[in-house]
Design a protein around this ligand. Structure first.
Ligand code: TXA
Ligand code: MG
Length: 333
C-alpha cells in the first residue's frame, strides 16, 4: 500500500510512485483513487493488462472501460471531439465527467478496453493521483470502479482491499474519495449528446453548458451485447441485502438508510442506521452513499430500507445507484 497525504506537496516524489509506475508499465493492476471512486487501473494500451481487470472484477468482457488521461490535450489524441464534446471538456475537466467519443484509429488504446466498439470513453479526473500516474507512465489508464463486478463501488482503500486485495500489486491510498459517486457519462457519437449514466456532474450543469437537453441512450445502446450505457445490466451496485426503496416506515430487523432530519416511523427497530445527510445536502449524501451501503450490509440485515431522496442535482445519480441496487439480481453479475 502506498499511503499518500495529499496535503504534503511532495507526495509525487515518494519512492512508491516509481514502483507503482513500474508495475503499471509491466501490465500489473493497481487500485488508484479518483475524486469519484477508487479505480482498478491498468495500462489501457496493453490488452493483457486490461484482461486482468476483467478477470479480477469477474466482469463481463463486453462491458467497456473508461480510459483516464492527464489532460484535455492527451484526450484529443485518442478521440474525435465535436464542438459539444470540446465545450464539455473545457467546462468540466478535470472533473467527474466521462465523454464517449469516436475512437481515433491511431489511438493505441486496446480493443479490450473499448470492448471492440468504435468509440472510446475518456476522462480527465480531478483527483490528482490518477492524473499524475497517467502522465508519469505516459499511458492512458483504463480503470473501472475497484469492486467485484455488480457490487457496491469503493470509496476507501480498506473497501478496495476487502474486495480485490488478492488481485492487486498495489493499493494507492489517498483517503476517502471526495465525490463518492462515479462520473457522469455523456456520449457524443451521433450529433445528439446522450446521458449514458448520471453521476458526479449533475445533468442540469451539463445541459446549461450545451444549451440543450441531454437525450436518452439509443435503444441499440441498451442491448447487453452492444453496451453503450453502463449498468444496463439490470442489477448493479448490489449489496448482499435486499433493498427496499421509498420506504415510508422501518420494519423490525431492517437496516435503515436515512436521509434528512425527520426519521421514519419505526426507526428505533432498525438493526443499523446510516443517515446520508441530516442537512439534506445531496453532495454530502453522494459522498457517503457507497460507504453507507457497505456499512448497512455488514449488519447482516436481510433488507435495507431506503428513505426517499429528491431527484434533482446529484439526487439523480444517487437514485440511479439505489434503483440498480434494488433491481432483481441476475446470477453471475
Ligand atoms: O467515476 C468513474 O467513472 C469511475 C472512476 C474509477 O473513474 N469509473 C467507473 O468505471 O465508474 P466503470 O467501468 O465502473 O463504468 C464505466 C462505464 C461502463 O459501465 C461502460 O458501460 C461505460 O462506462 N463505457 C465505457 N466505454 C464505453 C463506450 N465506448 N461506450 C459506451 N459506454 C462506455
Ligand atoms: Mg462500476
Amino acid at each position: 500500500r502506498w499511503i499518500i497525504d495529499l496535503s504534503q506537496e511532495n507526495w509525487r516524489e515518494a519512492p512508491e510512485a516509481a514502483d507503482v509506475c513500474e508495475a503499471l508499465i509491466a501490465g500489473q493492476l493497481a487500485a488508484i483513487p479518483t475524486e469519484t471512486v477508487y479505480g482498478l487501473a491498468a495500462d489501457a494500451t496493453n490488452g493483457q493488462a486490461c484482461a486482468r481487470i476483467f478477470s479480477a472484477k469477474g466482469r463481463p468482457q463486453f462491458n467497456p472501460l473508461i480510459s483516464h488521461v492527464q489532460s484535455v490535450e492527451a484526450a484529443l489524441k485518442h478521440g474525435t471531439f465535436n464542438e459539444d464534446a470540446l465545450k464539455l471538456a473545457e467546462a468540466f475537466w478535470p472533473g467527474p465527467l466521462t465523454l464517449v467519443v469516436p475512437k481515433r484509429p491511431e489511438s493505441p488504446i486496446s480493443d479490450l478496453a473499448t470492448a471492440g466498439l468504435q468509440s472510446v470513453a475518456l476522462r480527465v479526473p480531478s483527483g490528482p493521483v490518477m492524473r499524475f500516474l497517467a502522465e508519469r507512465t505516459g499511458r492512458p489508464l483504463a480503470a473501472p470502479s475497484a469492486n467485484v463486478s455488480g457490487r457496491v463501488s469503493t470509496t476507501t482503500a480498506d473497501a478496495v482491499e476487502a474486495d480485490l486485495g488478492h488481485a492487486l500489486s498495489f493499493i494507492v491510498d489517498a483517503g476517502p474519495c471526495q465525490i463518492g459517486i462515479e462520473s457522469t457519462i455523456v456520449a457524443l457519437t451521433d450529433g445528439t449528446p446522450r446521458l449514458l449514466r448520471p453521476g458526479g456532474v449533475p445533468r442540469e450543469a451539463i445541459e446549461a453548458v450545451l444549451g440543450q437537453s441531454l437525450a436518452a441512450p439509443t435503444d441499440l445502446s441498451t442491448r447487453q451485447d452492444a453496451p453503450q450505457a453502463p449498468g444496463m445490466l439490470t442489477s448493479h451496485y448490489a449489496p448482499a441485502a435486499a433493498v427496499r426503496l421509498n420506504a415510508t416506515d422501518v420494519r423490525t430487523g431492517e437496516a435503515y438508510l436515512a436521509f434528512g432530519a425527520h426519521a421514519l416511523a419505526g426507526a428505533e427497530g432498525a438493526v443499523a442506521c446510516f443517515n446520508l445527510s441530516e442537512a439534506e445536502d445531496l453532495t454530502e449524501a453522494a459522498a457517503r452513499l457507497f460507504a453507507a451501503m457497505r456499512h448497512l450490509d455488514s449488519s447482516g440485515a436481510a433488507t435495507i430500507c431506503v428513505q426517499s431522496i429528491p431527484e434533482t442535482g446529484l439526487g439523480e445519480a444517487i437514485n440511479d445507484r439505489l434503483r440498480r441496487a434494488a433491481a432483481p439480481r441476475t446470477p453471475g453479475h
